[in-house]
Design a binder for this molecule. Structure first.
Ligand SMILES: Nc1nc2c(ncn2[C@@H]2O[C@H](COP(=O)(O)OP(=O)(O)OP(=O)(O)O)[C@@H](O)[C@H]2O)c(=O)[nH]1
Length: 402
């Protein structure tokens, strides 16, 4: 299957109804439920928040583990001591792996989430192993019964989505369910209270997760978005683009084949005339409608920004130039079709010129930005409402037609 048809299939897939976020769901709940509506740049930022907290909690657990050995030494019968100290040392070694993984995986949300799941599930597995081996002597293991409760309470420290938090929380409750069964306490008042308490603390943690994620998103959007169009602002776009290029360079250094990154730069044609003829507020509406065209035609993980007054930029990671040309043509056509109604009821139309380039492996970001800018102004000088994807008119497929 060709790359362009793959891209089409992908965009169709993204437009399907997401069963986890039906239209009636409040926006803040939709934002904190899962990360389907989080932009690539917010995922970058959230992975950094998660990473620093995973590091902090893992280091605290790692340092507390040997201190607990002293408590064990004072409280436990001698025959239990050797096994418990050995299992604590294994736990410390695994926590060291968690710390190394958190240090190595910057900006990789999936890996950080897995590391966090490991960090929280390790003590739960440790607790379950204790129950299996020492079910008859759990009464001597002072403090160990708190482990499931502590893990679920710790969920509230992390900016997790509700689905992520629920996944870890229910796993821990499941472990406690089997532990209580093993201890023959599931049907006792203690067992019921214990499970009930875990469910209540999980509900409180979920509430804290929801508040954290929605507050972070709100602050992030305020700081990173253009208030008129709700697209990224120029500074954040350049920062994200730099990070994408760094990831690509790391892949190159590791002899992997990196995915292409293509830039589209847009400038609305004769926009000053729209402002002068219909007024600034209609000009503003044109900018908003064009931003919506960009959102509709681009994928969730493409970066879209307002670059300046009536200039916009889109970054298409993983899309080669040949496919980006089709995307640009779609955006050009949709812009022609879009209308804004002026105060006197007149329909106002607009068009856009587009520069296109793929960022080369051996060049600086500035060089690529200068080239896409030059191609945009070539499109303007050739008559506007078109794209330019190559420098020389001798090359095949040089300029758009319309
Ligand atoms: N309504 C509105 N206008 C803006 C905004 N930012 C910039 N502009 C206007 O955009 C216009 C840009 O005009 P020019 O740079 O001359 O370009 P143009 O008229 O689009 O002409 P070409 O680019 O050559 O096709 C200026 O009149 C700016 O005042 C904005 O936020 N809202």
């Amino acid at each position: 299957m060709g790359k362009s048809s793959e891209r089409r299939r992908f965009s169709l897939k993204l437009k399907r109804q997401n069963p986890w976020s039906p239209p009636w769901m409040p926006a803040s709940l939709r934002d904190s439920l899962n990360n389907r509506h989080h932009s690539r740049d917010f995922n970058f930022a959230r992975s950094e928040y998660l990473r620093t907290r995973v590091l902090f909690v893992a280091i605290v657990f790692f340092l507390l583990a040997p201190l607990w050995i002293v408590v064990d030494y004072l409280l436990l019968p001698e025959e239990m001591l050797t096994n418990l100290v050995a299992s604590r040392l294994i736990l410390m070694a695994l926590l060291a792996l968690v710390i190394i993984s958190a240090l190595r995986n910057k900006h990789q949300l999936n890996r950080i989430r897995n590391t966090l799941a490991l960090l929280l599930l390790l003590p739960a597995i440790f607790y379950f192993a204790l129950v299996i081996f020492y079910s008859d002597r759990m009464i001597s293991l002072v403090g160990y019964n708190f482990i499931p409760l502590l893990i679920i309470a710790f969920l509230s420290v992390f900016p997790l989505t509700l689905i992520e938090s629920l996944g870890i929380g229910l796993t821990v409750i499941g472990i406690q369910f089997f532990a209580l069964t093993e201890l023959n306490e599931l049907t006792t008042a203690y067992g019921g209270q214990n499970l009930g308490l875990l469910v209540i603390v999980l509900a409180i943690s979920l509430w804290a997760n929801h508040s954290q994620v929605s507050t972070l998103l709100r602050l992030y959007r305020q700081a990173s978005m253009d208030s008129l169009t709700q697209l990224l602002n120029r500074g954040v776009l350049l920062e994200q683009l730099k990070q994408l290029c760094e990831c690509r360079d790391e892949k190159l250094e590791a002899n992997d084949i990196p995915a292409p990154i293509t830039l589209l730069m847009f400038d609305l044609d004769k926009f000053k005339r729209i402002n002068d003829t219909y007024g600034h507020s209609v000009g503003d509406q044109v900018l908003q409608v064009f931003a919506q065209v960009l959102r509709d035609e681009l994928r969730n993980n493409d970066l879209i920004a307002r670059y300046g007054g009536e200039e916009f930029i889109a970054v298409l990671p993983g899309t080669p130039k040949i496919d980006a040309i089709q995307v640009a043509e779609r955006i050009r056509l949709q812009s022609e079709k879009a209308t804004v109604i002026a105060h006197d009821g007149e329909a106002v139309n607009f068009t856009t010129s587009i520069g296109i380039t793929e960022i080369r492996f051996d060049e600086t970001l500035d060089a690529a930005l200068n080239r896409v800018d030059a191609r945009l102004y070539k499109a303007k000088s050739l008559g506007r409402n078109r794209y330019v994807a190559y420098d020389s008119p001798k090359q095949e497929d040089t300029y758009s037609y319309f």
